[in-house]
Design a protein around this ligand. Structure first.
Ligand code: TYD
Length: 135
């Protein structure tokens, strides 16, 4: 599966704490137009269950943890997001599901485009059809 990548961010730390900086064209390899965060997710809930047609995203668990499942129509991978110094870059047609959120989980998402409902695919069968079109 090559539509995703883990990016390691440099953490600037000293004995007072840590800081990570995100820069477009630097450690974030696209021009992001939008940042949003997912938090206060209720116990045992799952989120996502969609794919994007054109959107690029970097997803970072700035607090707590969750499991992020990626599916490209052929293979499925699960990535544990539990480290603010690590970003999950998704740049292609990938079905996403998120689960096992810790109470303190805050997922920050940098997105290459403004919110556009027409970029979403919410039906898994429609997603696999789109994957096959692109082959
Ligand atoms: P949704 O995509 O359903 O989130 P999830 O799949 O994680 O449950 O988004 C929830 C609501 O927020 C929905 O009404 C659309 C709105 N929303 C925006 O207005 N802007 C955004 O950038 C995003 C991601 C969602």
């Amino acid at each position: 599966m090559n539509n995703y990548k883990i990016i390691e961010f440099q953490s600037h730390g000293d004995n007072t704490g840590k800081l990570i900086s995100l820069e477009r064209g630097g450690n974030i390899p696209f021009d992001f137009k939008r940042v949003y965060y997912i938090y206060n997710t209720k116990k045992n809930t799952q989120r996502g269950f969609h794919a994007h047609i054109n959107l690029k995203q970097v997803i970072i668990s700035v607090s707590g943890s969750c499991v992020f499942a990626l599916d490209d129509g052929m293979q499925r991978r699960e990535v544990m997001l539990d480290n603010p110094a690590r970003g999950l870059l998704i740049k292609g047609l990938i079905w996403r599901e998120m689960k096992e959120f810790s109470d303190d989980c805050v997922l920050m998402v940098l997105a290459s485009e403004h919110y556009d409902i027409d970029d979403y695919i919410y039906d898994y069968k429609a997603f696999t059809r789109k994957v096959n079109e692109k082959k």
